[in-house]
Design a protein around this ligand. Sequence first.
Ligand SMILES: Nc1ncnc2c1ncn2[C@@H]1O[C@H](COP(=O)(O)OP(=O)(O)OP(=O)(O)O)[C@@H](O)[C@H]1O
Ligand SMILES: [Mg+2]
Length: 483
Amino acid sequence: MEITGEKLKSGISVIKNAVEKDSSISIPNFRDSGKGLTELTTEHFSSVVAGIKKGKVFTPFDFHKMFQGKFVTPGEFYILVQTQNITHIVNPQLGHELLQNPKTMQTIDKLAKALRQADGTYRFSHPVDKPGATFVGTSEINLPKLEFHNGVSELAVHKKLGTGVFGNAYEVSIGDKKYALKVFTDPNRVDVNGAIGEISYQLSMTNKGISNKTELYAANAKNGWMLTELSNKEHYDLSQRGKRTISEYLGDVGLNCDDLCGPNTEKGLVVDIGGIYGEIGKTKVLSEFQDKYKNPYTSMTAGRDALTEKQFMECFHHPESRAQVARATRNMADSELRYKLLDKALNYKESAATAIFETPEAHSDMRFHLYKKALTIPESRIEAAKIIDSINEKNRYQAFLEAWRFPECRPMLGKSVHTFTQPKQQDQIFNLIINSNDPGAKLSCLSIKQGNGDGLTGAEQVLKDVSLRQYFEGHGLHLKGNG
Ligand SMILES: Nc1ncnc2c1ncn2[C@@H]1O[C@H](COP(=O)(O)OP(=O)(O)OP(=O)(O)O)[C@@H](O)[C@H]1O
Ligand SMILES: [Mg+2]
């Protein structure tokens, strides 16, 4: 169903009416009952469900009504997203009218998908022995300024703002307004970092008089992107923006965050709000560990504290914990157990991508098996292609061919040429990519060649430009002009 600005407004008024009649089973009541999040069902969200179904977009207003203004954990938000099929989120108080047009939101969905597939980072770097060379594989594709027609308004990607473990941020504009677009690497990750966590934190903290948070304009909780205020990295008069800082707010609700990141966090805006957590406490006693799941604040990071095999297994019963298992196994001495846990983490969409991301740290014999399994799973496929450089060279060519079967892996594979040490094999792979009909692979392969200081021939430069246009067109995004 299409939602126009008017329909959106009427959707919001339906929500308002629906929430007037408060449901008898509210989420805060549920919290007090001491049950685990896995028992949270559609019923608990019933007070605003009618409104969401009508309008199909979700607003911070719905969110606060549903949770009675309380801080919402990623696990709770995830269940809401799953049971209510929430995708697009718009902040109607701030969202430019264009953002309230579903076409704009769908265009950002396409853009996020295209950027996620082509502009990812390899897990390990390979220094190249050439003056001025960058790290092979780790290089991003160095996108030029992109201007699209989206049938609604001009959408442009101006530059990349930065790279992190959980996503890449871009400076974008829609019409004449600039924003920061964070494209999350793993949209399915449910954790205190990543799409679900960071979108829920943004929603929890919207309209709470917080002075140093970038404003949330829009997001997609399923496709994993967030459009926020662009920080200009300069001094902001925070007293004009709100009464308390993020840390003060979190302190009031009994939470911590040591991961707040801002180019100038003292005076400026916090641009990265990942890593909020409750009390931390490791225990070897299983029942004490299980008790963490009775409280949504302690269940937020329970998976990070797992110590024993039984505790790790317990984590898999809780979707909000699954994505934390892989990382928590990093220092495990028992490599067989580690393999078993990473293998199991691949079975769940919340943890599949993070499991393969952690795989290069695991014993080398295990990698190829996990890599092949990860390729069969849509949620971990792109991340698998990013660890090809950690696959033993004896298996790497086969690993390349296995991943090549999946079009969404090809742009990442386009970067792999220099991870092969034999010049003959490099040529073979380079030619395979350049003669293929995959524009994303050609674009990334030639961008990396250029980035490494190898230079491009005139024909290669033309091919790169054509591939760029074709790649985005393949994602339904039409570049302006002929360039
Ligand atoms: N709203 C914004 N305005 C300006 N720059 C931004 C904005 N959001 C992100 N950036 C830039 O992009 C970088 C990466 O974004 P971010 O820190 O959110 O990613 P991350 O994956 O969560 O990183 P980390 O691995 O450090 O947790 C930031 O360090 C910052 O330089
Ligand atoms: Mg972060």
